[in-house]
Design a protein around this ligand. Structure first.
Ligand code: PLP
Length: 391
């Protein structure tokens, strides 16, 4: 496939593995074995079995009749919000926990910002009876207390990162330090299509179940396998990568990612890494990110904790640079309006992240016979406090 990583993990000029010398053996071990493991019959059987019976897949592809009437086109919602634990993140953590097991690892580490990936990781560690340590910036530990409690109830140890701004980047540094110190028994479980090669490729492949299902579900419902548009929100970019995956080489399908622009791309309170960023290095990968003149990473802002990430996965930087995908941005207010609209027209309360994807419906001129698929990456329960404060 044209848009996937080459053997060195490059998507065009982006990607690679820019890591300290001391991490090289860990990353090399993973690189050497991941493809063979995830392509094996045994792995696939276990992965598919858990996605079906534990996660509840396939997630429905739902024709949103009233929303379609409003926009004068045909809108289908890919319902990742109905997965166990409430978002697409579980697809990836199930895949990586199986990979870790097959590699003989006994201990799992992860970092989390909003806590969603931490909860998904703690969930699969409980399921597989593996030790779980989640690093989280101290500020985020306080901001996201319910998720901290969930992780603890699931048996994970949450370690606050006390350095820097005490947010996601600092948690990442702590996780990497842990991995360097525990190379033998520890698996580092990354939550989006970010990080050094081979993580972006691993996560994209596990999330590709989304586009695989969209293909046969469209066929079943309307007798065609390709939509005209695929739309997804983009933080690191994993639900979008999974939504686009099987259509990357099908150039007739328009791919739309939506970044969070917070208070607007012309303010300092934003998380739109493509609209506002330039080339740099973050989390072991070369990609587009928000940085100041000295190359210091700018602290991102969005009302949605899951999109509050200063970079974007290298696959998306490449799709953006080549023009294969288009990226729009949505402000806090636009996302809130879209969340209330979906709730009142279809009876579905989306996650704030997913509401950003819905904003694209206002910004594109569709034809009456277009087929538009929007991925609802998660459910809105976790965002009720924010929604209530805006009612
Ligand atoms: C984490 C999260 C996102 C953003 O992450 P991606 O890797 O860009 O998908 C989007 N939606 C929900 C519900 C999330 O939890």
């Amino acid at each position: 496939m044209t848009y996937l990583a080459n053997d060195n993990g490059y998507y065009g000029e982006f990607g690679g593995a820019f890591i300290p010398e001391m991490l090289q053996p860990n990353v090399n071990e993973l690189k050497a074995c991941y493809r063979e493991i995830i392509n094996s019959h045994e792995f696939k059987q276990e992965f598919i079995g858990l996605l079906k019976n534990y996660v509840g897949r396939p997630s429905p592809l739902y024709f949103a009749k009233r929303l379609s009437e409003k926009y004068g086109t045909n809108i289908y919602l890919k319902r990742e919000d109905l997965n166990h634990t409430g978002s697409h993140k579980i697809n990836n953590t199930i895949g990586q926990i199986l990979l870790a097991q097959k590699m003989g690892k006994k201990r799992i580490i992860a970092e989390t910002g909003a806590g969603q990936h931490g909860v998904a990781t703690a969930t699969v560690c409980a399921l597989m009876n593996l030790e779980c340590v989640v690093y989280m910036g101290e500020l985020d530990v306080h901001r996201q207390e319910p998720n901290v409690k969930r992780m603890e109830m699931l048996g994970a140890k949450v370690v606050p990162a006390l350095s820097g701004n005490k947010t996601l980047k600092d948690a990442t540094n702590e996780a990497l330090r842990d991995w360097i110190n525990n190379p033998e028994d520890t698996y580092y479980l990354i939550g989006s299509v970010v990080g050094p090669h081979p993580y972006p490729d691993i996560v994209a492949r596990f999330q590709s179940v989304i586009s695989e299902e969209i293909g046969w579900q469209l066929d079943e419902q309307i007798g065609r396998t390709s939509p005209d548009y695929l739309i997804a929100s983009v933080g690191g970019g994993s639900n979008a990568a999974g939504t686009f995956f099987h259509y990357l080489d099908d150039e007739k399908v328009k791919l739309i990612g939506v970044e969070a622009s917070g208070l607007g791309i012309n303010t300092n309170e934003t998380a739109a890494s493509l609209a506002c960023g330039d080339v740099g290095f973050i989390h072991g990968s070369k990609t587009l990110l928000m940085q100041d003149h000295d190359g210091q990473i700018i602290e991102p802002y969005s009302i949605s904790a899951g999109l509050d990430y200063p970079g974007i996965g290298p696959l998306h930087s490449h799709l953006f640079k080549t023009g294969r995908a288009s990226y729009l941005d949505a402000t806090d207010q636009e996302a809130l309006d879209a969340a209330f609209l979906l709730t009142r027209t279809e009876g579905i309360i989306p996650a704030l992240e997913s509401a950003h994807a819905l904003v694209a419906l206002n910004k594109i001129k569709f034809k009456p016979d277009d087929v538009v698929v929007v991925t609802i990456s998660g459910r809105g329960d976790k965002d009720m406090d924010t929604y209530i404060s805006k009612m």
